[in-house]
Ligand binder design. Structure first.
Ligand code: CAA
Length: 382
């Protein structure tokens, strides 16, 4: 199960990651809110939250990630037949984020361009649609540029505040040089108001305990499909090289793993082995970034892929409030061990500036100006 022949199937040919230039340690937020930092560090599993400076946002993140993915790819922008951006940080109810990205990349012509929304699941949906588009071969020889980009902010003092973060992951969907994506997938959806952001609201509304419950039920429902009829679920789970999850905060992933323990009657030793060997290693970058909504799963996948031998099969579980979820297999390709995208993350983490609580407060007071997006006259006439 954990190995198969490396194949040039449809999948990810290049990955680029972009993180914003600011961040804040949890100790600063804990002090500001009069909270015990251990609640944030150990209770939620968060160490540092990525932050955007004023005037910097989802488009900057998306374009930065896209340029990095394109720069390492053997093709160029003229080979792109689809640009799809998954995000829950939309700038406009009508104009897709992909139009901002295409404009920055100088893309125009024979390609499809759109935005995908389903909370944190939007980036995965964009990827799945791109894989299916590629499999349908509707534009032979063309590749898709898929970007998951988000800035996660809650109202000041909200329980979600310590889980904030930001980041983007761009993936070029073509052959499976970095990783091939399985055709089969295991989706599950159920309408719920666990986390939503009504039109005109700057921040999400959250039913915290319900959101945890929905995420865990979705995990069980997806894995039950994957492991249907499996006599030895623990052995099957352990045969994968890794399991990556959407990471709203790292402790959520541990809760999801506990849910799998219940669903498949794993004992405590099995649960610990499963979490420590197959899940925990992929959470390192997320702990330093926070929740990047649509990008969180893909940051975890990117972190994990560079540690897998070509041919190793892992799983990716995507969850988006509302809610929708999907689980599928990813096979590490011949290029994954080079882990070229790790340089993006390592250099962004090393160069970002850590702000103090006072600067964070100032940043928050100016953020509503950043969300207004009136295009300059020059852009309209271009
Ligand atoms: N030291 C160590 N641990 C401590 C502690 C201390 N001093 N104080 C509290 N804790 C522990 C608690 O025991 C708890 O642990 P368990 O969950 O294991 O019991 C943990 O810290 C969190 O404490 P609370 O439950 O009291 O936390 P809270 O209610 O203040 O906030 C939250 C938690 C509701 C998840 C909040 O962070 C939130 O609203 N987050 C946004 C919603 C979210 O992320 N939901 C996840 C599923 S939805 C999704 O995945 C979509 C998405 O990206 C948003």
């Amino acid at each position: 199960m954990s190995h198969s022949e490396p194949q040039a199937a449809v999948g990810i040919a290049s990955i680029g990651v972009q993180l914003p230039p600011l961040a804040m340690d949890m100790s600063e937020l804990a002090q500001l809110r009069g909270a015990d930092v251990n609640k944030y560090r150990h209770g939620l599993g968060c160490d540092v939250m990525a932050l955007c400076p004023e005037g910097y946002g989802v488009v900057d993140l998306a374009v930065g990630a896209a340029k990095r993915a394109l720069g390492r790819w053997r093709g160029d922008v003229s080979d792109i037949g689809l640009v799809s951006v998954g995000s829950e940080s939309a700038l406009d109810m009508s104009r897709p984020l992909s139009a901002w990205v295409a404009s920055e990349l100088g893309l125009r012509g024979n390609f499809r361009s759109y935005e995908v929304k389903h909370a944190c699941y939007g980036g995965t949906l964009a990827l799945r649609q791109a894989v299916e588009w590629k499999l349908a071969n509707v534009q032979p020889g063309k590749a898709a540029l898929v970007i998951a980009t988000d800035v996660a902010l809650y109202a000041e003092g909200d329980p979600g505040e310590p889980t904030q973060g930001a980041g983007a992951v761009a993936m070029i969907v073509e052959d499976g040089l970095v990783a091939s994506i399985a055709r089969a997938s295991y989706p599950y959806s159920e309408p719920a108001f666990d986390f939503w952001r009504p039109v005109g609201c700057a921040f999400p509304l959250v039913e915290g305990p319900l959101s945890l419950d929905c995420y865990q039920r979705a995990t069980a429902a997806c894995y039950e499909q994957l492991l249907a009829g499996e006599a030895e679920p623990f052995a099957r789970l352990m045969a994968y090289g890794a399991h990556c999850f959407h990471v709203p905060f790292p402790k959520m992933v541990k809760k999801a793993v506990s849910m799998l323990g219940q669903a498949f009657t794993l004992d405590e030793g099995q649960l610990t082995a499963f979490f420590e060997e197959k899940v925990q290693p992929s959470l390192a970058w997320n702990k330093q970034i926070g929740n990047a909504y649509t990008a969180s799963l893909w940051i975890s996948v990117a972190d994990q892929l560079r540690r897998l031998a070509p041919g190793t099969i892992m799983t990716a579980f995507s969850y988006g409030s509302g809610f929708g979820a999907e689980l599928f297999e990813i096979t590490a390709g011949p290029e994954c061990a080079r882990g070229a995208w790790a340089r993006d993350v390592e250099s962004d983490l090393a160069s970002r500036r850590l702000v103090k609580a006072s600067e964070y407060t100032k940043l928050r007071s100016g953020e509503r100006r950043v969300t207004a997006s009136v295009p300059p006259a020059a852009a309209i006439s271009a």
